[in-house]
Write a protein that binds this ligand. Structure first.
Ligand code: KIV
Length: 254
């Protein structure tokens, strides 16, 4: 799966399946399950690292997790998140950090958050040969500015801004864009005006693809990453039960 396949999928009307993973073990499992793309999200900081927000993730950490995921993935496109402050200061920073991420992980693309304001960074990355996925709507790196994880783009003027941002990312060369935590009808309108595919995260069923946070959909986290995100398993409960049974056996003696 390459970034070119993303465009073909949209043209053919074939949905794109994306999921996060943070290590080789789970990357191998989700790849074998047939996903199209694996996102090494900076959600690693919250999903595995116990942090409140994604802001603490570093380029080194994303490279570490990206390498592991790349080793586990055979077919899926691996996309690595650019962490907070690795691309916001300047386009030069973006190219330096995005280039390192691609070079040192073997991933096929990076993802970064924001709209028209990050278009120069996206353009510089794409010009340097680094494919970029955008991310609009609720952008966790702006959590403090957005007043917490909440639905975005709820009115008509927000839709106009969203479309302007999405078009700026597309014009800058992004190959796809995540639409996060917004009403389905809004995501549908953005999907309709873009030539590049949209990947929904808590944005209704009418995007060109969907992404879920692995630990949420497997029931491994207490939280619920995207508003109303569906859980496909309750592995957290299974792990607790298995380990409690083991402890009971050990304490019960031979
Ligand atoms: O970091 C992440 O997991 C993400 C998803 C929420 C799309 O950006």
């Amino acid at each position: 799966m390459t970034v070119l396949d993303f465009a073909r999928r949209k043209q053919a009307g074939e949905p794109i399946v994306m999921i996060t993973a943070y290590d080789a073990l789970f990357a191998g499992l989700v790849d074998a399950a047939g996903v199209d793309a694996i996102l090494v999200g900076d959600s690693v900081a919250t999903a595995l690292g116990g942090e409140e927000t994604t802001l603490s993730a570093t380029v080194e950490q994303m490279i570490y997790h990206g390498r592991m995921v790349r080793r586990g993935a055979r077919r899926a496109l691996v996309v690595v998140d650019m962490p907070f402050m690795s691309y916001q200061v300047s386009a030069e920073d973006a190219v330096r950090n995005g280039g390192r991420i691609l070079k040192e992980t073997g991933a096929g693309a990076v993802k970064l958050e924001g709209g028209a304001e990050v278009a120069p960074a996206v353009e510089a990355l794409v010009t340097a040969g680094v494919p970029v996925m955008g991310h609009l709507g609720f952008t966790p790196q702006a959590v403090h500015q957005l007043g917490g994880p909440r639905q975005q783009a709820r009115d008509h003027s927000a839709l106009e801004t969203l479309i302007r941002d999405a078009r700026a990312l597309e014009k800058a060369g992004a190959f796809a864009v995540v639409l996060s935590t917004m009403p389905g009808r809004i995501a549908q309108k953005v999907t309709h005006v873009l030539a590049i595919p949209t990947i929904g995260f808590g944005a209704g069923p009418l995007c060109d693809g969907q992404v879920l946070v692995l630990t949420d959909m497997l029931g491994l986290s207490g939280g619920d990453g995207a508003a109303g995100a569906k859980r496909y398993a309750e592995l957290g409960a299974e792990v607790r039960e298995a380990v409690a049974r083991y402890a009971q056996e050990v304490r019960g003696g031979p």
